[in-house]
Design a protein around this ligand. Sequence first.
Ligand code: C5P
Length: 408
Amino acid sequence: MPNPKSNPKLQKVLICVGGGIAAYKVCELVSTLFKTGVEVRVILTRSAQEFITPLTLATLSRHPAYTDELFWQPTHSRPLHIELGEWADLLVIAPLTANTLAKLAHGMADNLLTNTVLASTCPVLLAPAMNTDMWEQLTVQRNWRQLLTDSRYHGMGTASGLLACDRVGAGRMAEPPEILTYIQSLLHTGGKRDLAGKRVLISAGGTREYLDPVRFIGNPSTGKMGLALAQAALHRGAIVTLVHGPASWDVPLGVQAIPVINAEEMQHVMREYLPNADMIVMSAAVADVKPRDYSTEKLPKRSLPQSLPLEPVPDIVSELAQLKQPHQRLIGFAAQTGDIVTPALEKLRSKKLDAIVANPIDQADSGFGSDNNQAIFLDQQGRQIEIAPCSKLQMAHHLYDFALTGKT
Ligand code: C5P
């Protein structure tokens, strides 16, 4: 389980549940947050209680849940919305209904949830959920855009799919793991958008070089590090393009993903997107060689060659380094065993990168396929920073901190 406590000062999350069927998914979110060590408190609106009970969320969060019945009760020494607003490092409104959205967009406060939002200054993560026609109403979209003009609010997109009204369309709430990842990002950054408007181009996963339609040269990379880099950049305000090899994960809402199979395809896409990128992070594990010959028919076992003639694939990042403009930052990865620093420094120089992530792949719970990672960051200025084992999302945030400030 990833531990989100990278910023030990920020770990108090107030989940505000609105009245929609997606409220049932918030139970899983609260449960997972608690297990990852975050302090969780929950507010339910009156209509949220029609879908799930305060008892469910109190049990999962290990703390009484707050409802409008408790608002302004004389037993509280200080007004509850002030207490809660001051307590929270982060507010999450999930599901955000059309009604609560409209109130927030106009600064209204008529229940505990909306009063607490106005009585706090921390970042607010919004996860809307509603029927497609409701979500697409001009008034709702206007309120949504209006609310997001305030940098305090971080809006998650809605997914398309089967809705509770049996329609298929936009308006589904983001899934709990995606909300959880966004929460972990905001706990790390405190809500800052230091990549706002920047275009970040990321390569991820392993490439495959086919010998025939079923056999290939590849490696165990799953693309999870590149996925985390895409999520972290998105949550810091970037416009993200993710060029990835075969992968088993879902592309995050709001990320432009371009699937590729082999190094040449990856090279073409990276070249095409390079001119507009401000930062390029090459985390892909590119297969270094390919079979010289390709058979369009599956080779029978008896015709398989005893030894395979190979030829090199293009070194994508070296080419990008030649093509890039001085303002563009180019960061590579070096997956290594044993001494990770010497070969990484060599690659930093020979490939003319701005920075490189030396990544051990012979340590437990780190590198290929793991949810966690450890690394040493090195850059052209001679800086060298060791990052202790942490989740890949945290690693991604440390890397952006390093790239933007030289520190983590
Ligand atoms: O495989 P190697 O250790 O040389 O990878 C170092 C960096 O070079 C990584 O960022 C990787 O994505 C990139 N690379 C590439 N094209 C290749 C091989 C590696 O862009 N053919």
